[in-house]
Design a protein around this ligand. Structure first.
Ligand code: F6P
Ligand code: MG
Length: 478
């Protein structure tokens, strides 16, 4: 079921694949080793400590194999059925080495392999090697979280009490206001992705704030190269007007922390405005690409909002070391965060906000395989009005991470999820990898010519940093 267009490979020195394998992955593994080391040191029972040391050794071995361009070894059987698929693919690829393998597959393998180190233990089964990083980055986004919480409360209160928005009087005015807010929420949701932790391996507090404030968002609007949000709004608006009672929107989640927070802001807005009646969230099942959402991250976020003062006053080990103190929240801020907690936990409790994991999301292949490999999930998504795919990795998986010409239509590049698939796909993606489709002719060349854009090097550097974004829609029900 794969596309015939060849995928990006770690062997291509002009691609971000090569840079990732050479520079980024060893850092990610090292940070993982540090994390396990810390937990092992603090362990009180000898079995946990013993297994922790074994995990550290396994991770070090993985890093060695990668850095010495060894053959990629089959995954050990940890009891989950996806192991067979990974190992079959390795065989079909001719048992490749780390620096001559399709990028998408090898990067998925990396995280799946890390996961086996834990699933093969007894005491570390559900351990999330990236949890520390995820929570501390969420804490660092406090100013943006507070700003959004205040705004969300205003909007939702207005919707609930007066069924109006921004003082709109007629149905038409209300629709215009709803559309503006929809676009704004989606853009918040889009740029929330710029702060994923796998790319920005060392982000300062100031950096994070710069990426998240509303000023930054306005300034970034011109960086959305293709923007199909209007078409997506029309779909939800038409469904609402049609009087259909069940109108579902799915979000294929990307990162935890701030990005999940803004995903929930969007979800809450869709429910409160009536643009959707149910939101289904799709998290990952194993620690994935550092910061991706696991079901527990959802629970942790809700808990943080339930007790915001406790959450923000607790200092991490690092903060204590650095002699930091915490600034208490004002009563108004606490109230605004608790407002989010109360709305979101009610939606969740009443079944309007659903979490639905599936191990398909952490397989090694692209989403071109969805109908063939996981027909029940495919059918499930067909029942949705709109399926929103967040972030860079989801975009790579939608397009098969293939070396498409950048003018290839989005609908063509997503293959079996394209026209007539029965699925409406909306990708909200900040560009952090080479693959980009659906651009007007000449756009790629223009961006390559910008500062640091790659010029004539052959590399599409402009698409690596998260500075540019695409919002692309394909109506598979049309
Ligand atoms: O391209 C860099 C990268 O880390 C890729 O490994 C991965 O596709 C992506 O970014 C992760 O970003 P996101 O969280 O947006 O999917
Ligand atoms: Mg991610």
């Amino acid at each position: 079921y794969d596309t015939k267009t060849p995928p990006y490979s770690t062997s291509d020195k002009t691609s971000f694949a090569y840079v990732s394998a050479r520079d980024r992955w060893p850092v990610i593994i090292t940070q993982g080793i540090d994390d396990v080391h810390r937990t092992t040191m603090a362990a009180s029972d000898p079995e946990t400590e013993k297994e922790g040391k074994q995990i550290i050794a396994d991770l070090a071995k993985l890093k060695y194999e990668l850095q010495h361009d060894r053959q990629i070894t089959p995954l050990p059987d940890d009891g989950y059925p996806d192991v067979a698929g990974y190992n079959k693919e390795l065989q079909q690829l001719g048992n490749p080495h780390w620096f001559s393998v399709p990028w998408l597959f090898s990067e998925c393998y990396l995280y799946r392999r890390i996961s086996t180190c834990f699933t093969l233990s007894t005491k570390w089964q559900n351990y999330d090697i990236f949890a520390r990083q995820k929570m501390s980055t969420f804490k660092s986004s406090r100013p943006a979280v507070l700003e959004l919480a205040a705004r969300y409360k205003d909007i939702v209160t207005e919707l609930e009490s007066k069924h109006t928005l921004k003082g709109s009087k007629t149905q038409e005015e209300l629709e215009v206001a709803e559309k503006i807010l929809f676009m704004e929420m989606c853009e918040i949701c889009l740029w929330g992705n710029a702060t994923d932790l796998s790319l920005l391996t060392s982000l300062s507090y100031e950096d994070i704030q710069k990426l998240q404030g509303s000023e930054a968002r306005k300034a970034s609007e011109k960086n959305i190269i293709v923007n199909d949000l209007g078409a997506a709004f029309e779909i939800l608006n038409a469904a609402q007007k049609s009087g259909k009672s069940e109108r579902r929107v799915d979000i294929i989640l990307d990162n935890a922390g701030f990005e999940l927070f803004v995903d929930l802001i969007l979800a809450g807005y869709l429910l409160s405005s009536g643009l959707a009646t149910t939101i289904v969230l799709h998290p990952k099942s194993i620690p994935w690409f550092v910061s991706d959402v696991l079901p527990k991250d959802f629970a942790d976020l809700i808990m943080a909002l339930a007790n915001p003062q406790t959450f923000y006053s607790a200092l991490s080990e690092d903060e204590q070391h650095a002699g930091k103190t915490s600034q208490p929240l004002s009563d108004k801020e606490v109230e605004e965060l608790k407002f989010l907690f109360s709305r979101w936990s009610t939606f969740h409790g009443e079944g309007q906000l659903v979490i639905r994991p599936n191990r398909f999301w952490t397989e090694g292949g692209s989403y071109w395989r969805l109908p063939g490999i996981e027909p029940s999930l495919f059918e499930d998504l067909q029942a949705s009005e709109l399926v929103i795919f967040k972030g860079d990795l989801n975009y790579r998986k939608l397009t098969g991470d293939a070396m498409w010409d950048t003018t290839t239509p989005f609908a063509e590049a997503i293959g079996p999820l394209g026209p007539k698939s029965g699925i409406r796909t909306l990708a909200l993606r900040t560009c952090k990898a080479d693959v980009v489709v659906g651009l007007p002719r000449g756009e790629d060349e223009k961006l390559k010519a910008t500062e640091g854009g790659g010029a004539d090097s052959g590399a599409r550097k402009w698409a690596w940093s998260g500075k540019w974004a695409v919002v692309q829609f394909c109506d598979g029900k049309a």
